[in-house]
Write a protein that binds this ligand. Structure first.
Ligand code: AMP
Length: 277
């Protein structure tokens, strides 16, 4: 497994792969590798080509300085985990190399905006599309692998590929969940024991209502989820909504729809979505 930091080195590797007609499967991450990330690599293994994983904690997508500072950084452990996978190249650039003129982001995707996380993390998705464009330009992948856990992000990347007419196949990968039914996330590695217990209890509140929501959609159920979470001490709930898979519009049916939730356990943000069909 090769670890590449340098932009010119990765460009050389990419160009050599192209010369030998090798396709590139690209899996962008922010590290703190967990089974959710590994599932993207497993998905990539189903296709021919060379797997490149990037580890880059992108400062441009953090709308909160503390969140950036506290984001789990476990580089050595990540390398150890990744060395046991089919991943041949890890691209891990410095922020100075990626943003030589200073950290900045552009608003280029306007679809799927002003809803869900975009309302609460202003500028986040501009940071995401900026880094994704930079990485796509460098890595020139044939296929990219993104998780459905970050469903709005997935839709925005899909739109980015569409509007830039990129010849990139976006492979959408299902969420890998823990026993409580919640999707795994790097952020949760910072939970204290108490927060872990709180998280599991929130999971069981959501799970119990999910059963009813799947049986028979009803707005009241969404109110009940929020009320129960609040009663349980969750003071900051960003959203709890059912939206359409295709266009992310609010949905009044379980058809083609998902429950989207975002809330905080202390300072740690939990986001997830659950297929209702
Ligand atoms: P991150 O390192 O959190 O930026 O995530 C990198 C990629 O892994 C994104 O495409 C995420 O959607 C995906 N991912 C993160 N958690 C999971 C999960 N639990 N299941 C599947 N994919 C995930």
């Amino acid at each position: 497994m090769k670890i590449v930091k340098n932009l010119s080195e990765i460009s050389e590797i990419v160009s050599d792969l192209y010369k030998s007609q090798k396709k590139i499967n690209f899996i962008p991450t922010m590290g703190n590798i967990h089974p959710g990330h590994l599932s993207l690599i497993t998905e990539a293994n189903k296709f021919e080509g060379t797997n490149i994983v990037s580890i880059f904690i992108n400062p441009a997508q953090f709308n909160d300085e503390d969140d950036f500072m506290n984001y789990p950084k476990t580089f050595e452990k990540d390398l150890e985990i990744l060395s046991k996978t089919s991943c041949k190249i890890i691209f891990t650039p410095d922020k100075e190399a990626i943003y030589p003129k200073g950290i900045n982001s552009d608003k280029t995707v306007f679809k799927y905006r002003n809803i869900l996380c975009d309302l609460f993390r202003v500028g986040h998705f501009d940071g995401v599309t900026t880094i994704v464009e930079i990485l796509f330009n460098l890595i020139k992948p044939s296929r990219v692998f993104f998780g459905e856990k970050d469903f709005q992000q997935l839709k925005i990347i899909e739109q980015l590929i569409f509007q830039n007419q990129l010849k990139i196949n976006l492979i959408k990968c299902p969420s890998i969940r823990d026993l409580s039914g919640m999707s795994l996330s790097s952020r949760y590695s910072s939970f204290t024991r108490d927060q872990q217990i709180k998280f599991a209890q929130c999971a069981s509140i959501i799970k119990s209502h999910l059963i009813n929501l799947k049986k028979n959609f009803n707005q009241k159920i969404l109110d009940n989820i929020q009320d129960e979470l609040k009663n349980f001490g969750i003071s900051k709930i960003d959203y709890c909504e059912v939206r359409d898979d295709n266009d992310l519009s609010l949905s009044m049916t379980k058809k083609r729809s998902r429950l989207f939730v975002a809330f905080y356990i202390n300072t740690i943000r939990v986001i997830d979505n659950f297929i209702l069909y």
